[in-house]
Design a protein around this ligand. Structure first.
Ligand code: 5GP
Length: 178
């Protein structure tokens, strides 16, 4: 697997340190709020797990799964819910935990969908952000790291369902996906 990686851009240790920092901020903001943390499957699984383990506030965890890119590396802009959350989020504080924001269309869709359930608040926490690729003006509240427009894998992020279990974030060699 590692032979397919052009370059490691965020090490395992850097991820851990940043997750700890984000957890401190969320802890401070959500004491007494008992938030519902919604992990967007499958990419955010490691991030959501590590982040929630570092949080000391009471919280609930739920999962949502949406249609993804399939085996391609380009956003289709078409989003479909494959698995909805089970929690009633009416009047609840919701934190959406995502792996990466590219165009932002996926999160815009989720945000608008959740808004219809009248939650007390919605905030977005993403491990990675590609600020130069945004196509919406959706506010991202917590960002782990900004990255460029390269296709990245590891720590939950896949290409054709591979590479999710790499402990770091790396850039895939172009010949693998082109
Ligand atoms: P958006 O709707 O913001 O364009 O796309 C978000 C989703 O696209 C992410 O949740 C992720 O599944 C996928 N994605 C976007 N950029 C990358 C990338 O660089 N690597 C991987 N593995 N997935 C990506």
């Amino acid at each position: 697997m590692r032979k397919d990686i052009e370059k490691i851009i965020i090490s395992e240790n850097e991820i851990k340190m940043r997750v700890d920092e984000l957890a401190k901020k969320i802890d401070a903001e959500y004491s007494e709020k008992n938030p519902v943390v919604v992990c967007i499957l499958r990419g955010a699984i490691f991030f959501a797990t590590d982040l929630t383990k570092e949080l000391s506030i009471p919280l609930e965890i739920d999962f949502m799964s949406l249609s993804s890119y399939g085996d391609s590396t380009k956003s289709s802009g078409v989003v479909k819910i494959k698995k909805d959350i089970d929690t009633d989020i009416t009047k609840r504080h919701v934190i959406i935990v995502e792996d990466i924001v590219d165009t932002g269309l996926t999160l815009k869709y989720i945000n608008d969908y959740f808004e219809k359930h009248n939650p007390a608040s919605i905030k977005i926490c993403t491990l990675l952000d590609k600020p130069n690729a945004h196509k919406t003006d959706l506010k991202i509240d917590y960002v782990g790291f900004d990255v460029g427009n390269e296709f990245v894998v590891g720590y939950g992020l896949d290409f054709a369902q591979k590479y999710r279990n790499l402990p770091f974030i790396g850039i895939l060699k172009k010949e693998i996906y082109s």
